[in-house]
Ligand binder design. Structure first.
Ligand SMILES: Nc1ncnc2c1ncn2[C@@H]1O[C@H](COP(=O)(O)OP(=O)(O)OP(=O)(O)O)[C@@H](O)[C@H]1O
Ligand SMILES: [Mg+2]
Length: 302
């Protein structure tokens, strides 16, 4: 038995036990958002921002990593310390690459959670988060393959609520699959960035995902991020058709910038550290600025 198989075998019992209750295993985003709306969660502190993708390799992890980095570092220098507490969580359980983007170690935490069924608490966070020099705290995905259905929604609810209590922003890189344990994360997320390009197959998938994620009236905004394309001066017919197909304005655009993206990925550093003036870094920075401005405006109103 290879070590990978052996590791997968270790979590089989948990997975079987979980599969034994199929009625509870259905995706139930509606129930989750209702629960959150009724105040069933811990006192909400941090904002959860989920990042999803319409197809593999489109740039969701690049956005999650650099958005989290910018949220943590904008204004930090001026005030002489991290401006705000930001965490990044890699929920791409089997193929998570956040550790590679930030030169961190994969973490066994989610794998252990899947194996022993535990619900994360403060101690779990203390033991499993790694910090970058920019003051960003990161929960990386495991290197061992855990079955996708080995986690339970209660565990993710515990994780996300513990993180919200501790951080101002929790950026989550979602798994591609629509697994039920993601429901609590979406139930707590105020915003999802859905990263796509404008090819017809990507748009079709994006539309399906928007429908699936918003079907149960989640109190979660879904904003489209067009990657590999600079914002057009004037929207062309293709852009108007894409916006119509997604039933959404194409609000955010990230230009194709292979040089900056490669430099950052090869060095395991955020764009803001290796290519601060690049078009891609600036575009992600703009997105982060917009979030911070909205949060400041909301705080002033309260
Ligand atoms: N705007 C861009 N310009 C150039 N390269 C980019 C851009 N956005 C992302 N990339 C590069 O594309 C590759 C894939 O990006 P990334 O891993 O973020 O995609 P993903 O959607 O998370 O993929 P996966 O399906 O593996 O989760 C990476 O090498 C990344 O640096
Ligand atoms: Mg990814």
């Amino acid at each position: 038995m290879t070590s990978v198989n052996k590791q997968m075998f270790l979590v089989a019992d948990t997975a079987e036990a979980v599969q034994a209750a199929p009625a509870q295993r259905r995706l139930n985003f509606a129930a989750e958002s209702e629960r959150v709306a009724k105040g069933g969660s811990a006192a909400h502190v941090g904002q959860v921002i989920a990042v999803a993708r319409s197809r593999g390799g489109i740039g969701a992890t690049m956005l999650a990593v650099n958005l989290a980095h910018q949220l943590a570092s904008i204004g930090a220098k001026r005030k002489g310390g991290p401006a705000r507490r930001v965490a990044l969580v890699d929920l791409d359980l089997q193929f998570g690459m956040v550790s590679g983007f930030l030169d961190l170690e994969p973490s066994p935490a989610l794998y252990d959670m899947a194996r022993d069924g535990s619900v994360p608490d403060e101690t779990f966070l203390e033991q499993s988060l790694q910090s970058t020099p920019d003051g960003l705290d990161v929960l990386c995905a495991p290197s061992a393959f855990a079955p996708l259905d080995a986690l339970r929604p209660e565990q993710l609810r515990g994780l996300i609520e513990a993180m919200q209590a501790r951080y101002d922003y929790v950026v989550v890189d979602l798994p591609h699959a629509l697994v039920d344990w993601v429901s609590p994360v979406l139930g707590h997320a105020g915003l999802m960035y859905l990263v796509t390009d404008l090819s017809v197959p990507s748009l079709q998938q994006a539309r399906r995902l928007i429908d699936a994620y918003s079907e149960d009236n989640l109190a979660m905004e879904i904003e489209v991020v067009v990657n590999h394309e600079a914002r057009p001066l004037l929207p062309r017919r293709q852009h108007q058709e894409a916006a119509r197909a997604l039933d959404r304005e194409l609000r955010h655009w990230l230009p194709e910038d292979p040089r900056a993206a490669k430099e950052a990925a090869d060095r395991g550093l955020p764009l803001g550290r290796v290519a601060r003036r690049s078009a891609l870094s600036k575009a992600v920075g703009k997105l982060a600025q917009e979030r911070l401005k909205k949060a400041a405006a909301a705080a002033q109103q309260n």
